[in-house]
Design a protein around this ligand. Structure first.
Ligand code: SF4
Length: 324
């Protein structure tokens, strides 16, 4: 059996390890009933099946499935799948996230080609690529990210590419490697306000993430930058406004705000379901603070409608330049 084949088999094998071993001893958190405004399209339409088939045929992992995204019925019907590269196992253990945690497997050198081929088959005009955190790798997986971007650019040259990266904390040169691959959009999510980091995102550092986004713009001002956060984790309104200011200081173009949904009883509880009009109010404030684009609604997710939003971003930047 060749090395490549055994790596592919690794991807196919069901992983019998517990999904969130670090959370097993935690007390159960109450699970609140979802309000009427959180209603989604059920998966399973013929178009959904077609997307599912392409994902499985190419032995790829999607964040749509691993994160238990509520929009999978809608997105996959339009063939919009977001690929999660470098395996299905994350080295962090965020309190909100449904992605499996543990010791990841070796990188699959054939993955960039398979991702690019799947994107071509899906006919995506805009592709979003995210990954698990790979703190175990010297470069945090930056080289692999760059290879995936390059493979998409080679196989599907008209497809715009958006990367949604980890924070590359303590991985010198990693960010620069990904930016050099020239993605069209660089996204890195803050996820929550600064005061909640220890509880919600303990392996990360709020100001490191802000600085990461700022560096992207310093290195290549042509790349659109984007970040996202969740509401409902116990944050205060003034903290959300502060987060917006911090992102604007880093010259971030696009902010997404969605409702946190609790994956299991062992995850952080939903402190509050924020009503849609409050999202609209945050969007208004954020636009006034200077973001080119804001998407804020209970079901907003980083990659939701990312292609349409990319077109809007380009149009708004152009309109702004013409005004100057
Ligand atoms: S919103 Fe993003 S993660 Fe969720 S289903 Fe759509 S593409 Fe996948």
């Amino acid at each position: 059996m060749s090395n490549a084949t055994s790596l592919l088999d690794n991807y196919r094998e069901p992983n019998p390890a517990p999904r969130h071993p670090e959370k097993a001893q935690r007390p159960d958190q109450p699970v609140a009933r979802k309000p009427a405004w959180i209603r989604v399209k059920a998966p399973g339409s013929p178009q959904w099946e077609a997307t599912h088939k392409i994902v499985k045929e190419h032995r790829l992992v999607t964040v749509c499935e691993e994160a238990g995204c509520p929009n999978i019925g809608e997105c996959w019907e339009k063939k919009h799948a977001t690929f999660m590269i470098m395996g299905d196992t994350c080295t962090r253990a965020c309190a909100f996230c449904n992605v499996r945690t543990g010791l990841p497997r070796a990188l699959d050198p054939a993955e960039p080609t398979r991702v690019a081929e799947a994107i071509k088959k899906l006919g995506l005009a805009h592709a979003v690529i995210t990954s698990v955190d790979r703190d175990d790798l010297n470069d945090g997986g930056a080289e692999h990210f760059a290879k995936v971007v390059a493979a998409i650019q080679a196989v599907s040259p008209t497809t715009s590419v958006e990367v949604l990266t980890p924070d590359f904390l303590r991985k010198q040169g990693a960010l620069e490697r990904v930016v050099a691959a020239k993605p069209d959009v660089f996204n890195h999510n803050l996820e929550t306000v600064a005061s909640k980091y220890l509880e919600v995102r303990p392996g990360a550092r709020y100001f490191h993430s802000i600085r990461l986004l700022q560096r992207v713009k310093e290195i290549d001002p042509g790349i659109f930058t984007k970040s996202g956060m969740m509401l409902g984790l116990g944050e205060k309104r003034h903290e959300v406004l502060q987060l917006m200011d911090d992102l604007r200081t880093a010259d971030v173009d696009f902010l997404t705000i969605g409702q946190y949904l609790q994956p299991t009883r062992k995850h952080h509880e939903v402190v509050r379901f924020v009503p849609p009009d409050e999202f609209a109010s945050y969007a208004e404030v954020a636009l006034a603070k200077g973001f080119l684009l804001v998407s804020a609604s209970p079901l907003t997710r980083s990659s939701h409608h990312a292609g349409d939003d990319f077109a809007r971003l380009k149009a708004r930047r152009l309109a702004l330049r013409e005004r100057l």
